[in-house]
Design a protein around this ligand. Structure first.
Ligand SMILES: NC(=O)C1=CN([C@@H]2O[C@H](COP(=O)(O)OP(=O)(O)OC[C@H]3O[C@@H](n4cnc5c(N)ncnc54)[C@H](O)[C@@H]3O)[C@@H](O)[C@H]2O)[C@@H](O)CC1
Ligand SMILES: [K+]
Length: 248
Protein backbone atom coordinates (compact mmCIF):
# COMPACT_ATOMS: atom_id res chain seq x y z
CA UNK A 1 0.00 0.00 0.00
CA UNK A 2 1.47 3.35 -1.03
CA UNK A 3 1.21 6.26 1.36
CA UNK A 4 0.94 8.83 -1.42
CA UNK A 5 -2.61 10.02 -1.99
CA UNK A 6 -4.54 11.30 -4.97
CA UNK A 7 -6.81 14.33 -4.60
CA UNK A 8 -9.87 12.06 -4.80
CA UNK A 9 -8.55 9.80 -2.03
CA UNK A 10 -7.83 12.78 0.21
CA UNK A 11 -11.30 14.13 -0.41
CA UNK A 12 -12.84 10.71 0.34
CA UNK A 13 -10.83 10.45 3.59
CA UNK A 14 -12.00 13.91 4.69
CA UNK A 15 -15.59 13.07 3.79
CA UNK A 16 -15.42 9.77 5.73
CA UNK A 17 -14.02 11.54 8.79
CA UNK A 18 -16.70 14.24 8.60
CA UNK A 19 -19.46 11.66 8.03
CA UNK A 20 -18.30 9.73 11.12
CA UNK A 21 -19.23 12.80 13.15
CA UNK A 22 -15.79 12.95 14.78
CA UNK A 23 -14.80 16.16 13.12
CA UNK A 24 -16.32 18.93 11.04
CA UNK A 25 -14.93 20.41 7.84
CA UNK A 26 -14.48 23.67 9.71
CA UNK A 27 -12.36 21.97 12.36
CA UNK A 28 -10.23 20.33 9.67
CA UNK A 29 -9.71 23.72 8.05
CA UNK A 30 -8.73 25.28 11.37
CA UNK A 31 -6.17 22.50 11.94
CA UNK A 32 -4.84 22.90 8.41
CA UNK A 33 -4.34 26.66 8.85
CA UNK A 34 -2.79 26.10 12.27
CA UNK A 35 -0.50 23.48 10.73
CA UNK A 36 0.68 26.02 8.17
CA UNK A 37 1.58 28.53 10.88
CA UNK A 38 3.29 25.87 13.02
CA UNK A 39 5.33 24.73 10.02
CA UNK A 40 6.37 28.32 9.26
CA UNK A 41 7.74 28.76 12.79
CA UNK A 42 9.43 25.35 12.72
CA UNK A 43 11.06 26.15 9.38
CA UNK A 44 12.16 29.66 10.36
CA UNK A 45 12.27 29.84 14.18
CA UNK A 46 13.70 33.35 13.97
CA UNK A 47 10.27 34.56 12.81
CA UNK A 48 8.88 33.75 16.24
CA UNK A 49 11.07 36.30 17.97
CA UNK A 50 9.68 39.39 16.27
CA UNK A 51 6.45 40.15 14.51
CA UNK A 52 6.80 40.03 10.74
CA UNK A 53 4.77 40.77 7.63
CA UNK A 54 2.82 38.33 5.48
CA UNK A 55 0.97 38.58 2.20
CA UNK A 56 -1.64 35.82 1.92
CA UNK A 57 -3.07 35.01 -1.51
CA UNK A 58 -6.38 33.16 -1.12
CA UNK A 59 -8.20 31.33 -3.89
CA UNK A 60 -11.91 30.58 -4.44
CA UNK A 61 -12.03 27.17 -2.69
CA UNK A 62 -11.07 25.52 0.57
CA UNK A 63 -7.37 26.08 -0.06
CA UNK A 64 -8.21 29.77 0.23
CA UNK A 65 -10.07 28.92 3.45
CA UNK A 66 -6.84 27.54 4.92
CA UNK A 67 -5.21 30.81 3.90
CA UNK A 68 -7.77 32.88 5.81
CA UNK A 69 -7.14 30.75 8.92
CA UNK A 70 -3.36 31.19 8.60
CA UNK A 71 -3.85 34.95 8.12
CA UNK A 72 -5.93 35.18 11.29
CA UNK A 73 -3.47 33.15 13.36
CA UNK A 74 -0.48 35.19 12.16
CA UNK A 75 -2.36 38.38 12.96
CA UNK A 76 -2.91 36.99 16.47
CA UNK A 77 0.89 36.70 16.62
CA UNK A 78 0.90 40.47 16.00
CA UNK A 79 2.09 40.11 12.44
CA UNK A 80 1.10 42.65 9.82
CA UNK A 81 -0.98 40.61 7.40
CA UNK A 82 -2.36 41.59 4.00
CA UNK A 83 -4.92 39.31 2.40
CA UNK A 84 -5.79 39.14 -1.29
CA UNK A 85 -8.64 37.03 -2.67
CA UNK A 86 -8.95 35.67 -6.17
CA UNK A 87 -12.68 35.11 -6.66
CA UNK A 88 -16.05 36.27 -5.41
CA UNK A 89 -16.45 36.08 -1.62
CA UNK A 90 -20.14 35.22 -2.13
CA UNK A 91 -19.17 32.03 -3.95
CA UNK A 92 -16.71 30.68 -1.40
CA UNK A 93 -17.57 27.19 -0.11
CA UNK A 94 -19.16 27.30 3.37
CA UNK A 95 -16.12 26.63 5.58
CA UNK A 96 -13.93 29.00 3.57
CA UNK A 97 -16.68 31.63 3.77
CA UNK A 98 -16.77 31.34 7.58
CA UNK A 99 -13.03 31.92 7.71
CA UNK A 100 -13.24 34.75 5.20
CA UNK A 101 -15.79 36.42 7.46
CA UNK A 102 -13.67 35.81 10.56
CA UNK A 103 -10.75 37.47 8.82
CA UNK A 104 -12.95 40.39 7.71
CA UNK A 105 -13.46 41.12 11.40
CA UNK A 106 -9.69 41.62 11.68
CA UNK A 107 -8.54 43.13 8.43
CA UNK A 108 -9.17 44.04 4.83
CA UNK A 109 -9.44 41.70 1.86
CA UNK A 110 -8.30 43.09 -1.49
CA UNK A 111 -9.64 41.42 -4.60
CA UNK A 112 -7.12 40.09 -7.08
CA UNK A 113 -9.34 40.29 -10.10
CA UNK A 114 -9.45 43.96 -10.94
CA UNK A 115 -9.09 43.94 -14.70
CA UNK A 116 -6.63 46.69 -15.47
CA UNK A 117 -4.42 46.05 -12.48
CA UNK A 118 -4.70 49.63 -11.46
CA UNK A 119 -5.79 50.89 -8.08
CA UNK A 120 -8.24 53.76 -7.77
CA UNK A 121 -5.36 56.22 -7.36
CA UNK A 122 -3.83 55.06 -10.64
CA UNK A 123 -0.99 53.14 -9.09
CA UNK A 124 -0.28 49.86 -10.83
CA UNK A 125 -1.08 46.89 -8.66
CA UNK A 126 2.18 45.20 -9.49
CA UNK A 127 4.19 48.35 -8.91
CA UNK A 128 2.61 48.72 -5.51
CA UNK A 129 3.29 45.09 -4.74
CA UNK A 130 6.87 45.37 -6.02
CA UNK A 131 7.55 48.26 -3.68
CA UNK A 132 5.99 46.42 -0.79
CA UNK A 133 7.93 43.25 -1.47
CA UNK A 134 11.22 45.11 -1.90
CA UNK A 135 10.80 47.22 1.20
CA UNK A 136 9.02 44.89 3.56
CA UNK A 137 10.13 41.43 2.44
CA UNK A 138 6.92 39.78 3.61
CA UNK A 139 6.36 36.08 3.87
CA UNK A 140 4.23 35.07 0.88
CA UNK A 141 1.56 32.44 1.52
CA UNK A 142 0.12 30.79 -1.57
CA UNK A 143 -3.38 29.56 -0.71
CA UNK A 144 -4.74 30.00 -4.23
CA UNK A 145 -5.35 26.39 -5.31
CA UNK A 146 -4.79 23.00 -3.75
CA UNK A 147 -6.18 19.60 -4.58
CA UNK A 148 -9.16 21.15 -6.38
CA UNK A 149 -7.19 22.69 -9.26
CA UNK A 150 -8.82 21.51 -12.46
CA UNK A 151 -7.43 23.72 -15.18
CA UNK A 152 -4.41 25.87 -16.04
CA UNK A 153 -3.93 29.03 -14.02
CA UNK A 154 -2.62 30.78 -17.13
CA UNK A 155 -5.46 33.31 -16.87
CA UNK A 156 -4.06 34.38 -13.53
CA UNK A 157 -0.80 35.72 -14.96
CA UNK A 158 -1.12 38.96 -12.98
CA UNK A 159 -0.81 36.95 -9.81
CA UNK A 160 2.10 34.99 -11.15
CA UNK A 161 3.91 38.19 -12.02
CA UNK A 162 4.01 38.73 -8.30
CA UNK A 163 5.94 35.53 -7.85
CA UNK A 164 8.17 36.49 -10.77
CA UNK A 165 8.98 39.57 -8.74
CA UNK A 166 10.33 37.40 -5.97
CA UNK A 167 12.40 35.38 -8.40
CA UNK A 168 13.70 38.48 -10.15
CA UNK A 169 15.12 40.12 -7.06
CA UNK A 170 18.30 38.34 -6.05
CA UNK A 171 18.80 40.79 -3.22
CA UNK A 172 15.61 39.41 -1.78
CA UNK A 173 16.75 35.83 -1.65
CA UNK A 174 15.58 35.83 1.96
CA UNK A 175 11.96 36.25 0.91
CA UNK A 176 10.07 33.17 1.95
CA UNK A 177 7.21 31.58 0.04
CA UNK A 178 4.91 28.99 1.57
CA UNK A 179 2.53 26.80 -0.42
CA UNK A 180 -0.61 25.64 1.36
CA UNK A 181 -1.04 21.94 0.48
CA UNK A 182 0.72 22.19 -2.90
CA UNK A 183 2.14 25.01 -5.04
CA UNK A 184 -0.74 26.50 -7.03
CA UNK A 185 -0.64 25.31 -10.62
CA UNK A 186 0.65 21.81 -9.81
CA UNK A 187 -1.60 18.76 -10.16
CA UNK A 188 -1.67 16.91 -6.86
CA UNK A 189 -2.32 13.72 -8.84
CA UNK A 190 0.69 13.87 -11.18
CA UNK A 191 3.06 16.70 -10.23
CA UNK A 192 2.61 18.14 -13.70
CA UNK A 193 1.65 21.74 -14.27
CA UNK A 194 -2.05 21.65 -15.03
CA UNK A 195 -2.94 22.36 -18.65
CA UNK A 196 0.50 23.49 -19.83
CA UNK A 197 4.17 22.54 -19.84
CA UNK A 198 5.21 26.10 -18.94
CA UNK A 199 6.78 26.04 -15.45
CA UNK A 200 5.93 29.71 -14.97
CA UNK A 201 2.29 28.64 -14.60
CA UNK A 202 2.92 27.45 -11.05
CA UNK A 203 3.90 29.32 -7.91
CA UNK A 204 7.23 27.99 -6.60
CA UNK A 205 7.62 27.57 -2.85
CA UNK A 206 10.40 27.32 -0.28
CA UNK A 207 8.09 25.43 2.06
CA UNK A 208 5.01 23.34 1.24
CA UNK A 209 2.70 22.38 4.08
CA UNK A 210 0.39 19.50 3.24
CA UNK A 211 -2.09 17.61 5.37
CA UNK A 212 -2.47 14.02 6.58
CA UNK A 213 -0.23 12.44 3.90
CA UNK A 214 1.79 13.59 0.92
CA UNK A 215 0.08 13.59 -2.45
CA UNK A 216 1.50 12.02 -5.60
CA UNK A 217 2.15 15.48 -7.01
CA UNK A 218 4.64 16.38 -4.27
CA UNK A 219 6.99 13.62 -5.41
CA UNK A 220 6.80 13.83 -9.18
CA UNK A 221 7.64 16.04 -12.13
CA UNK A 222 7.42 19.80 -11.49
CA UNK A 223 5.86 19.21 -8.09
CA UNK A 224 9.09 17.64 -6.88
CA UNK A 225 11.03 20.67 -8.13
CA UNK A 226 8.76 23.49 -7.02
CA UNK A 227 7.58 22.38 -3.56
CA UNK A 228 10.73 23.23 -1.60
CA UNK A 229 10.75 21.53 1.80
CA UNK A 230 7.57 19.47 2.15
CA UNK A 231 6.11 19.19 5.65
CA UNK A 232 3.12 16.98 6.45
CA UNK A 233 0.84 18.19 9.23
CA UNK A 234 -1.52 15.89 11.08
CA UNK A 235 -5.04 17.31 11.02
CA UNK A 236 -6.51 14.56 13.18
CA UNK A 237 -7.83 12.27 10.46
CA UNK A 238 -6.67 9.22 12.37
CA UNK A 239 -4.44 6.27 11.50
CA UNK A 240 -3.70 5.26 7.94
CA UNK A 241 -5.26 1.79 8.14
CA UNK A 242 -8.59 3.29 9.10
CA UNK A 243 -9.12 4.23 5.46
CA UNK A 244 -8.12 0.87 3.96
CA UNK A 245 -11.16 0.83 1.70
CA UNK A 246 -10.17 4.19 0.19
CA UNK A 247 -6.42 3.86 -0.20
CA UNK A 248 -5.79 0.24 -1.25
N1 LIG B 1 -12.78 19.86 4.37
C1 LIG B 1 -11.91 19.84 3.40
O1 LIG B 1 -12.21 19.43 2.29
C2 LIG B 1 -10.53 20.35 3.67
C3 LIG B 1 -9.80 20.91 2.64
N2 LIG B 1 -8.60 21.45 2.84
C4 LIG B 1 -8.02 22.34 1.85
O2 LIG B 1 -8.88 22.43 0.75
C5 LIG B 1 -8.18 22.22 -0.47
C6 LIG B 1 -9.10 21.64 -1.48
O3 LIG B 1 -10.19 22.52 -1.57
P1 LIG B 1 -11.15 22.57 -2.82
O4 LIG B 1 -11.56 21.20 -3.17
O5 LIG B 1 -12.17 23.59 -2.52
O6 LIG B 1 -10.21 23.03 -3.99
P2 LIG B 1 -9.25 24.28 -4.19
O7 LIG B 1 -9.35 25.25 -3.08
O8 LIG B 1 -7.93 23.70 -4.52
O9 LIG B 1 -9.80 24.98 -5.53
C7 LIG B 1 -11.10 24.80 -5.99
C8 LIG B 1 -11.65 26.07 -6.58
O10 LIG B 1 -10.81 26.61 -7.56
C9 LIG B 1 -11.51 26.74 -8.79
N3 LIG B 1 -10.53 26.53 -9.85
C10 LIG B 1 -9.89 25.38 -10.15
N4 LIG B 1 -8.99 25.60 -11.13
C11 LIG B 1 -9.04 26.94 -11.42
C12 LIG B 1 -8.36 27.79 -12.34
N5 LIG B 1 -7.42 27.32 -13.15
N6 LIG B 1 -8.67 29.09 -12.39
C13 LIG B 1 -9.61 29.57 -11.58
N7 LIG B 1 -10.32 28.83 -10.69
C14 LIG B 1 -10.03 27.52 -10.63
C15 LIG B 1 -12.62 25.75 -8.73
O11 LIG B 1 -13.68 26.13 -9.58
C16 LIG B 1 -12.98 25.85 -7.25
O12 LIG B 1 -13.76 27.02 -7.02
C17 LIG B 1 -7.01 21.35 -0.07
O13 LIG B 1 -5.95 21.52 -0.98
C18 LIG B 1 -6.69 21.86 1.32
O14 LIG B 1 -5.83 22.98 1.23
C19 LIG B 1 -8.13 21.60 4.23
O15 LIG B 1 -8.75 22.76 4.72
C20 LIG B 1 -8.51 20.46 5.10
C21 LIG B 1 -10.00 20.25 5.06
K1 LIG C 1 -1.59 26.39 -2.83
Amino acid sequence: MTELLTAAQMRAIEEAAIASGEVTGLELMERAGRGVVEAIFEEWPELKATSHRAVVLCGPGNNGGDGFVAARLLKEWSWEVEVFLYGDPENLPPDAKVNYERWCGMGEVRLLDFPNLTDADGESFNEAMYVRVREDQPLLIDALFGTGLTRSIEGLLPILELTDLYAAMPELSDVRTVAVDIPSGISSDTGEIVGTADPRMAVPANLTVTFHKQKIGHKNDWGRRLCGHVVVKDIGLGPWDRYAGIVE
